[in-house]
Design a protein around this ligand. Sequence first.
Ligand code: ADP
Length: 259
Amino acid sequence: MGPAAAGERPTLIRRVVEGGAEKIVRHDGRAPDQMRPVRMEVGVLSNADGSALVEYGRTRVIAAVYGPREVHPKHMSLPDRALIRCRYHMAPFSTAERKSPAPTRREIELSKVIREALEAVVLTELYPRTTIDVFIEVLQSDGGTRTAALTAASLALADAGVPLRDLVAAVAVGKVDGVLVLDLDEVEDMYAEADMPVGMAPSLGKIVLLQLNGVLTPKEFRYALDMAKRAILELYRMQREVLRRKYAEAVPQPAEERG
Ligand code: ADP
């Protein structure tokens, strides 16, 4: 897959002694419970009803939302609620080696899990017989694309003005060389003993995405989930801040109205 696959296994975890205490350092210098630098932006596409760009380190994902709008083909429409359709796609240039643009089984699975996570928060009952379409394009992949995609999709829905019970934010946790780590990048993901993406609607206190690839003991699972929850609360704070900033700019301030 990635460049590391061709070469030797890189050293992913180092234990360094600093001031008499042992410190665990990951291959990119992060602490075990540290996320990569996060960037979020909304309203990045003028032709979509709502859009968002999210970066977790080198992972860069864009989400575009259309709707609620008429369903085509019509027979897919639901009498009592809106249909949510979701397409997760990796751009051919998003990987080190060109990825075929044709949808893979992995992309079909990710489209489904992201759609199910969004269904937990969208007030679909307000828009019967319509569709809300969510397009996710991975522009650059370095691990954690499904979690960045979910964070971006929820921001794009909010940006489109779709009524939501809550925002959704997501991050992966996992075990690398016996150490529980937050927000695995591609090389860590490749050699991980376990990889667990977690998505939450924090104010509802609801887990909307949870997958586990590999093995964790119950104790490790609880520790990893707690680490994910803490990071999700921080992502949630950033999401609300980025939305607030955009809408504060869009709505004229009282002083400007008077002037
Ligand atoms: P996630 O992106 O949610 O972590 P995976 O665990 O399936 O999902 O993938 C881990 C990483 O492996 C991806 O983020 C990406 O960097 C890389 N990857 C996945 N599929 C491909 C592919 N078809 N070609 C190249 N790299 C890929």
